[in-house]
Design a protein around this ligand. Structure first.
Ligand code: HEM
Length: 541
């Protein structure tokens, strides 16, 4: 039974450090620097695996990697072949390239969650906000996204578009004195507002999403969490352990965000229950709100929740995985539009063609109904003929290709490390001992021959007509991982990114990078890194 809000705070037991949740990049992205945080110098690896030489004067590979990720990997692969060890992020780690990457993602004995937890203690914090589903490897949040969000995207799209649009109008209002051009020094702030409101409406419903405190929680929870994990500045030591414990018990920012969600949700849930009871009494159908919070309450026992605080804890974990990743990547998309302005007109033309075609099809359908003497259905209301519906966005294949190409071009070259839970032998015979971590050479995939020609160039229509949509993961596209743990939220994320792209091309004829000398830096910016320069938007009007 649902016992609304529990007053008893979670016991801050350190035993739960053993518990786990396999959410990785969403949180890790916000704290990308924590990838530099330290654990052990390493474990012994297979002696047949070469270790990349160090540049004269360097004691690790970090500086060379950070100077130019591509050049570094080209050198290492030439020197060592597809599998080699590096001293990176204060770890002795094995880089896996090419076909054997698949074996890492598909082998359940490699764990991305373990690898991240090793340097962040992330699971302890996540388990401090939920009361159920704390067992290692539980997949409840994954299942919620897979079962409740992805299949319902067409349903959620109108409100996502409304929220994105309303916030864009508000944040980007161009005043007469700006003469049709607006400089936005921190575009991420605009995108965070847009994405947070859209996610809040879907996750918690439009009433809860009206709360400024809730929107702030959606925006800052991940970065607050990143800060408490150390933002990469910490080092593995007794000090680190003391620092993490202090944050966990005293300063844990997730607790405050959880409280915000619970306080905002409680009156809404009580009112919903009242309305439901009233409807039952009158024998009429209750117009059940269609958001994830309501669906979780309706499936309370199925997911083994304890109370509303527990439900909100799971929603908070969802927020950590979704809002930051989506705001960051949609902001980055705008930099690609700015860096390659010659494609704006093509994207705009595609949008208008698709909307014209849909308008004509709907008009034809209305005419047919009239001819048959049948009433025109509500869903054929002409005022919605040119909406950015899920079906319309799906037809905008050039935007889809542009988005996929931006991911291909940008994705960090060494990422998604996995820790071995037991001794593992790869098909090449290379042995990865228990406790050792491997890291994926994304360059060997995203800049490899499988992508076609000129892989070091940004070719936005690379995937048009190739049956390679931006959500299609596989050995040739790994920004969302692959296999059983592939990001279940990618359908929502890509839908939002494409919507943001479409809203931009419909409103602005040109986007320019404020400081063009930073173009390469912003195009290849790591997820979570602060944006180095602003953007200027020129209105179409
Ligand atoms: C552009 C935005 C996003 C990126 C780049 C991204 C990327 C990723 C990656 C790389 C993983 C790990 C995959 C693996 O271990 O193989 C992951 C996992 C996950 N993501 Fe996303 N994600 C994004 C947006 C979202 C959104 C919007 C949601 C929720 C609505 C979400 C929910 C999750 C969950 C629940 C997992 C854990 C899956 C599991 O362990 O089984 N993500 N994401």
């Amino acid at each position: 039974m649902l016992g609304l809000v529990s007053n008893s705070p979670n016991a801050a037991s350190f035993d739960i450090i053993k518990a786990a949740l396999p959410i990785s990049i969403g949180i890790a992205s916000a704290v990308y620097l924590t990838a530099k945080a330290v654990t052990n110098a390493g474990y012994g690896t297979d002696k047949s695996v070469p270790t990349a030489s160090l540049r004269p004067g360097d004691s690790t590979h970090d500086k060379e990697y950070n100077d130019d990720q591509d050049e570094f990997l080209i050198r290492c692969e030439e020197e060592c072949g597809p599998i080699f060890n590096v001293y990176l992020f204060n770890k002795f780690i094995t880089v896996v390239s090419g076909p054997q990457i698949r074996e890492v993602f598909l082998n359940e004995s490699f764990s991305a969650g373990d690898a991240i937890d090793e340097f962040t203690n992330m699971r302890t914090f996540l388990n401090s906000v939920r009361k159920s589903n704390k067992d290692i490897d539980n997949r409840v949040v994954h299942d919620i996204v897979r079962d409740m969000i992805s299949p319902n995207l067409p349903l959620f799209t109108p409100r996502i578009v409304n929220q994105l649009e309303a916030n864009l109008e508000r944040e980007m209002a161009i005043f007469p004195e700006e003469e049709g051009r607006k400089l936005v020094e921190k575009p991420l702030n605009v995108l965070q507002e847009m994405v947070a409101s859209a996610m809040a409406t879907v996750f918690m419903g439009s009433e809860v999403a009206k709360s400024r405190k809730v929107i702030d929680t959606f925006i800052v929870a991940t970065s607050d969490f990143g800060r408490v994990l150390g933002n990469g500045q910490r080092h593995a030591s007794t000090w680190h352990s003391i620092w993490t414990r202090a944050n966990y018990t005293v300063l844990n920012p997730l607790k405050i965000h959880l409280q915000t969600l619970v306080e905002a949700a409680t009156p809404i849930i009580l009112e919903r229950r009242r309305l439901e009871a009233e409807a039952t009494e009158k024998g009429v159908q209750w117009d059940r709100p269609d958001d994830i919070m309501q669906r979780l309450l309706d499936n309370f026992d199925k997911y083994g929740f304890v109370d509303l605080e527990d439900v909100c804890g799971h929603l908070l974990i969802l927020i950590l995985a979704s809002v930051h990743t989506t705001s960051d990547t949609s902001t980055n998309l705008l930099y690609y539009m700015a860096a390659f302005p010659q494609h704006m007109d093509k994207l705009y033309a595609e949008q208008q063609e698709v909307l014209d075609a849909i308008q004509q099809e709907r008009e034809k359908e209305r005419q047919e109904l009239v001819q048959k003497g049948e009433p025109i259905r509500d869903d054929l209301d002409p005022t919605h003929d040119r909406d950015l519906s899920a079906a319309a966005i799906k037809r905008m294949v050039h935007m889809d290709s542009f988005v996929r190409e931006a991911f291909r071009f940008r994705t960090e070259r060494l990422t998604l490390s996995h820790s071995a839970r037991k001794d593992i032998t790869l098909s090449s015979g290379v042995k990865i001992p228990k406790g050792h971590s491997v890291i994926i050479n994304m360059r060997s995939v995203h800049q490899g021959p499988v992508q076609g020609d000129e892989t070091d160039e940004f070719r936005p229509w690379r995937f048009v007509g190739k049956l390679k949509s931006a959500t299609k993961v596989g050995t040739d596209f790994l920004p969302f991982g692959m296999g059983k743990h592939a990001c279940p939220g990618r359908f929502l994320a890509i839908q939002e990114l494409k919507t943001v792209g479409e809203l931009m091309v419909s409103r602005y004829s040109k986007i320019e990078i404020q400081d063009p000398s930073k173009t390469k830096q912003v195009l290849l910016a790591r997820m979570g890194a602060p944006t180095a320069t602003g953007l200027t938007f020129t209105s179409r009007k």
